[in-house]
Design a protein around this ligand. Structure first.
Ligand code: 5BU
Length: 266
């Protein structure tokens, strides 16, 4: 199916190139799944791409939790992800002022050179988005910023008022790819979708086929419910990488997300 037909208003109203790139990848892979690849060695990360790459649209990394990280090994991992038709999303949760965030896109990890997407808090104000976008421009690449409008963890401080302000500022910013919403609470997610409209994407962590409480305050909701409530991408970590058969589980998440996507009214 063509991305324009599949995504409807999300496609026509999203002007950021990376947003359309994601929508095309999701259609090619028939999956709205982003794997949270929370493994701490390069070998384990590479193994994940081999095992579950075909069932994913994107790979979410925490580059600073890899024990044996080297620039060469990371480059090879990113090439492997690109060969598997996966976007790379560094969940860095930037939060500093614009100029420092721009510099933090370089440094030892040089995130600007390989990440297609990054997360940011808007606590320091909207210039952070300009800083991060300048980081990509500095190396002639383009990317997209996902702003944390909600979080999945219990007791987080992102209250309704804060969420509304993040959405109001983020909706108007051309460098914003979309928002992080709470995948564990479909009712909250639906409210977020209503205020975001169709011009930005919503990606949701806190998703697992086994709903309920996770480790250390994590909360999980059902993948299908999240997509029906307005999520455009379910971020799944342990539900896939800790499964006995990761490929089998990844396939199940891809199917749940894609079926729900095709059922939801435009
Ligand atoms: P899990 O194993 O499915 O619980 O992994 C969830 C991932 O999503 C993990 O990498 C977190 O850093 C990430 N995450 C989250 O769980 N909740 C949030 O609100 C945000 C990110 Br933002």
């Amino acid at each position: 199916m063509q991305a324009v037909e599949a995504w409807g208003r999300r496609w026509t109203e999203s002007l950021l190139p990376m947003a359309r790139t994601y929508m095309e990848v999701a259609c090619r892979k028939q999956s709205l799944v982003c794997l949270a690849a929370d493994r701490s060695s390069m070998a384990e990360l590479n193994q994940l791409i081999d095992e579950v790459g075909p069932y994913l649209a994107a790979l979410k990394t925490h580059v600073d939790l890899v024990d044996d990280w080297t620039p060469e090994a990371w480059n090879a991992f990113c090439s492997k992800a690109s060969d598997a038709d996966l976007l790379i999303f560094e969940d860095r949760k930037f939060a500093d002022i614009g100029g420092i965030s721009r510099k933090q896109m370089s440094g030892i990890y040089d995130i600007r050179s390989w990440a297609d997407l990054v997360t940011a808090h808007l606590i320091s104000g909207p210039d952070i988005v300009d800083g991060l976008q300048a980081g990509w421009t500095d190396v002639g690449r383009n990317g997209g910023v996902l702003l944390l409008a909600q979080m999945s963890s219990r007791g987080n401080l992102l209250n309704h008022n804060y969420t509304d302000q993040v959405v109001a500022l983020g909706k108007e910013h051309p460098g914003v790819f979309g928002f992080i919403g709470n995948g564990s609470r479909p009712t909250e997610l639906k409210l977020l979708r209503d205020s975001v409209g169709d011009g930005k994407l919503i990606w949701t962590p806190g998703v697992n086929l086994k709903v309920g409480d996770g480790e250390m305050g994590q909360r999980y909701g059902d993948p299908r419910e999240a997509v029906l409530a307005g999520s455009d991408c379910i971020i799944v970590g342990s539900g896939i990488h800790k499964a006995d058969n990761p490929a089998h589980q990844a396939k199940a998440y891809a199917k749940a997300s894609w079926d729900a996507f095709n059922e939801r009214p435009e």
